[in-house]
Design a protein around this ligand. Structure first.
Ligand code: BG6
Length: 494
């Protein structure tokens, strides 16, 4: 292929603390929201209402494996894992700092030095291997105490708690971390309010329904506080390290939502559906609430409380770049129910997309949808794009020689990179491409191990068994070849 990727293009991979680290209660860390879930779409977090104290409490289900509690033990193995990624030539590695390692409850005055020490060592290891650390401040990782005892982000006090956390890590990693994101896939707030917006019914109205009893107004309130916290963090970051950049991070598979046909109702419906996601990037990139959401607030009586200085913050501290995930596309039909999971939305089946991710996930494969999304974003915002998640989950078992020939993964990678190259030719400015889960990790959506995204296999299984041994899959050398040739040689040789 022609050389279209810039010389300083950031090739690499992305994970999240809660899906790789494990050690969920080590080094002073306390539980966060994902620690109380098996799969982030689960509407029943493992919490129970304590009427006496008026708070929610962690209440893990017996006999069920919370795989993320040990995950793939990156906490103890990160040095070797990062070395393996450097063998592929990674120029960048995205992970999150687990907020609960730094401020275990979230409301402390002073940070937990053991947690900072862990990230000192991890970030220094990345720098040793010449990888750019790309850091998310919360990848569905609001400390549980803030949710269980304060109601989470609907409570304005969380802005200050987050400010303390963000300021602490900006000061600590000044000059070391250039690319920051505040909240992973913030546009999932309505679909997964507990994980993505760290919000719960508080006090409990029906203790058996901690999430579904949330009102729209409560979620808009949480979202508003997340916006303000993001703007404030951006302000702090710029004062502490003027070279650092802050990106909005959204799940933008949902922007590849095609109307079923030219029925105006489907055209308009698809546009409205996309606005559920655009709302977040519109506020964070343009600095103000768009008219379409104000109409919803008015008509559905769900206007959040907004303080005067909030709007100044939003307008003065907008995103420097757009970080996004892309996995799949979907079709909007006024007659189909639009369901949303971690990979994006699922509406009507697209008869033109014959390739699908392997069973049982079956996400339709649509590389051109990625180019479409990148062009749409460039047209709307004219900001640099950073594809920080793209990947394919497969249930894999090594053969008797320990080999895994993951041709489907290589194909998926090739097809999507071809479209990133086209988007660059179209005029999109692209900072980098990060494969989701370069090492097998716990699935966010389902909480299982068998949905493997890695170029590196990890011997850990759904029942919690396994030696944690790492093995290179065939795609390991394929990605290495791509990075070595700066995306010129995409030929698959296996
Ligand atoms: C994204 C999340 O939505 O999708 C990741 O940011 C997640 O945390 C990824 O892992 C893939 O989803 P899943 O459900 O296959 O793990």
């Amino acid at each position: 292929m022609q050389n279209v990727f810039p010389e300083d293009f950031l090739w690499g991979g992305a994970v999240a603390a809660n899906q790789v680290e494990g050690a969920w209660l080590e080094g002073g860390k306390l539980p966060n929201v994902t620690d109380s879930l098996i799969g982030i779409m689960n509407k029943n977090p493992s919490v129970i209402w304590d009427d006496k104290q008026g708070i929610w409490k962690l209440n893990l289900e017996k006999d069920r494996a919370y795989l993320s509690h040990e995950a793939v033990d990156f906490y103890h193995r990160f040095e070797k894992d990062i070395k393996m990624m450097s063998e592929m030539g990674f120029k960048a590695f995205r992970t999150s700092i687990s907020w609960g390692r730094i401020f275990p409850r979230g409301d402390e005055e002073t940070p937990n030095e053991a947690g900072l020490n862990f990230y000192d060592r991890m970030i220094d290891t990345l720098l040793k291997y010449k990888m750019e650390p790309v850091i998310t401040l919360s990848h569905y990782e609001t400390p549980l105490a803030l949710v269980a005892e304060y109601g989470g982000w609907q409570n304005r006090r969380l802005i200050d708690f987050f400010d303390r956390y963000a300021t602490t890590v900006f000061n600590r990693y000044k000059g070391k971390v250039k690319y920051w994101m505040t909240f992973n896939e913030i546009n999932n707030a309505f679909r997964m309010p507990y994980a993505a917006a760290g919000v719960i019914k508080f006090p409990a109205t029906d203790p058996s329904e901690p999430i579904t009893t949330l009102t729209k107004k409560e979620i808009y309130q949480a979202v508003h506080h997340l916006f303000v916290a993001n703007a404030l963090a951006t302000k702090r970051m710029k004062t502490i390290d003027s070279a650092a950049m802050m990106g909005v991070m959204c799940s933008f598979s949902s922007l590849a939502t095609y109307p079923l046909d030219c029925n105006p109702e489907n055209i308009f419906g698809a546009m409205e559906f996309k606005r559920n996601s655009y709302l977040f990037s519109d506020v964070m990139c343009r600095g103000h609430y768009p008219g379409y959401v104000k109409r919803i607030w008015r008509e559905e009586n769900c206007t959040p409380n907004i303080e005067e200085e909030d709007l100044d913050l939003l307008s003065n501290y907008t995103s420097d770049y757009i970080a996004f995930s892309y996995y799949r596309s979907t079709v909007f039909s006024k007659d189909a129910e639009m369901r949303v999971d971690t990979g994006g939305a699922k509406g009507f089946d697209n008869p033109f997309l014959t390739e699908k991710a392997p069973e049982p996930w079956n996400w339709p494969i649509d590389p051109l949808g990625l180019r479409y999304v990148m062009n749409e974003l460039t047209d709307r915002y004219e900001l640099p794009l950073f594809l920080v998640e793209n990947g394919l989950g497969i249930d894999e078992v090594p053969d008797e020689n320990g080999h895994i020939l993951d041709i489907e993964r290589a194909n998926y990678l090739k097809m999507h990179l071809e479209e990133v190259a086209e988007a660059i030719k179209d005029g999109c400015e692209v900072i980098g491409y990060l494969w989701w889960g370069p090492i097998d990790i716990v699935s966010a959506g389902t909480g299982e191990m068998k949905k493997r995204y890695g170029f590196i296999y990890v011997d850990r299984h759904n029942d919690g068994s396994g030696s944690f041994k790492r093995l290179k899959k065939a795609s390991f050398n394929y990605y290495k070849q791509i990075i070595e040739t700066n995306g010129v040689d995409l030929t698959i040789n296996f």
